[in-house]
Write a protein of this length. Structure first.
Length: 476
């Protein structure tokens, strides 16, 4: 883009050419105008000035006093000479100096790996299904899972903030304190919700809470491959359980091995990470992470409506919608990659656009392309899951629409969150989750219950277009 908005500060003291000082002489009718000569010699500096005072500062910094200016250029002082130079030389602002290449380019494979890591823990419910029958144990597990989801979202933001400040030991210390507290909180919520004879569900919820905290540690510290390796035994056992009748003892063993391995790996990473370095003064405020936790809670509720809509509505099973929930978690890998693609597209728009309107159009087109690609990937994953998932009844129109609406909310919410507008994303998603929950519990039909997420998806998409259509939103 061109214009004064894109000027970058520089050190003019080191880069300015020496201003030539012609000898004082009386101007004659045939002599060249010394002001024109000066304008020619200083053309680049004068053309880039945004105000005559900037030119006056350049003249004075080189030692031109008022007497020299009167004798040489016939002007009263530096300000009068600067105004004359400013009027004679057309404005020609330089293009901003941009780093070569694309700083937002990331490989697709690591993102897909993260999506797989997000989805594999769901297989634990396949192994644990025989130990949690009825609706009450399910409520215990869901309450604990939502608590851990919200807590660990906020904890991850706080740790990532420390990493962004270049203080990895402080990030490790935040995780060392926060992860156990989250596990205790998840267990406490499970106990509060449980009733008599539901000790097995509480134990499962406690292990689930420990896993969530340990997995957060490994993900934040960039140890996705270790996490994937630790989940391999449980994942393989869950696949076998889908095909064969696995004994209960083997199920319990598989349920214990992977979370224990994840816990050991997380503790080892934390003990290694906290060594060296002391926390300096200041640092991120705890309250700054609260909106991220609320956003995690809201999206967790929306995902549960996709996964267990029939159960929440009082039906017998939510198996028909389970492929949708699996598709949502798997799609978080491509979603992360597409967030980077949006940033790359926005950067290209900044380089190519010449007016604010042109950049808004480029940003909206990039947003539509990335969001459309994500929804297409989500639909393909859901369709594939429907074909492969045992006892699946398929995705009817209402379920498919609900899945795509929740996908829109999650992706646009994550996009706004990446640009610092997490409070907006949390508010809109939270309102949609609350309204849909009330509608489902009130006996509303599945189609009518989608009004809330549909309205929220439109609002969040419009907010993303408006917010990210401003060039100032993309400042580094």
């Amino acid at each position: 883009m061109s214009g004064p908005l894109w000027l970058t500060p520089d050190d003019r003291q080191d880069t300015l050419p020496a201003i030539p000082r012609p000898r004082p002489r009386w101007a004659t009718a045939t002599a060249a105008d010394p002001v024109d000569e000066l304008a020619t010699r200083l053309h680049g500096l004068v053309a880039a000035a945004v105000h005559p005072d900037e030119i006056a500062a350049i003249l004075e910094s080189d030692g031109m006093n008022d007497e020299h200016i009167r004798l040489t250029y016939g002007r009263a002082n530096s300000f009068e000479l600067a105004e004359d130079l400013y009027a004679r030389v057309p404005r020609a602002y330089p293009e901003p100096t941009l780093p070569p290449g694309d700083p937002w380019h990331v490989s697709l494979l690591p993102c897909l790996l993260r999506g797989l890591v997000f989805a594999l823990p769901g297989l634990a419910y396949v192994l644990g299904a025989p130990f949690a029958t009825g609706s009450a144990p399910v409520a215990v597990l869901l309450a604990s899972a939502l608590t851990g989801w919200a807590w660990n979202q906020a904890l991850a933001h706080r740790a990532y903030t420390w990493l962004g400040l270049g203080d990895r030991p402080a990030a490790a210390r935040a995780l060392l304190v926060g992860a156990p507290l989250g596990a205790l909180l998840g267990t406490g919520v499970a106990l509060a919700v449980s009733g008599a004879g539901e000790g097995g569900a509480v134990a499962f919820a406690s292990v689930q809470a420990l896993y969530q905290g340990a997995a957060t540690v490994l993900l934040v510290l960039g140890r996705e491959r270790l996490l994937l390796a630790a989940l391999a035994p449980m994942s393989a056992g869950a696949v076998l359980a889908l095909l064969y009748d696995v004994p209960d003892a083997a199920r319990l063993l598989l349920l214990a091995v992977s979370p224990l391995a994840v816990l050991v790996l997380a503790v080892a990473e934390l003990l290694r990470g906290v060594r060296g370095g002391r926390r300096g003064p200041g640092g991120p405020r705890v309250v700054a992470s609260v909106p991220y936790g609320l956003f995690g809670l809201a999206t967790g509720v929306l995902v549960l409506h996709v996964a267990l809509g029939d159960v929440l509505a009082g039906g017998a099973t939510g198996a028909a919608a389970a492929p949708g929930a699996v598709a949502l978690t798997l799609s978080m890998g491509p979603a992360e990659w597409l967030l980077h693609r949006f940033r790359s597209g926005a950067l290209a728009g900044l380089r190519a656009a010449r007016t604010p309107g042109a950049f808004r159009r480029a940003s909206a087109l990039t947003l539509a392309r990335c969001l459309g690609t994500y929804l297409l990937v989500l639909a393909v994953l859901a369709s594939a899951g429907t074909l492969l998932w045992p006892q699946s009844e398929g995705l009817d129109g209402a379920r498919a629409l609900g899945l795509l609406l929740v996908g829109t909310l999650m992706w646009t919410g994550l996009l706004l969150q990446a640009f610092g507008a997490v409070a907006v994303a949390a508010t809109v998603c939270g309102a949609a989750a609350f309204a849909q929950t009330l509608a489902v519990l009130g006996g509303t039909t599945p189609t009518a219950s989608l009004f809330a997420p549909a309205g929220a998806a439109l609002v969040l998409t419009a907010l993303a277009c408006g917010t990210l259509g401003r060039a100032t939103a993309h400042r580094p």
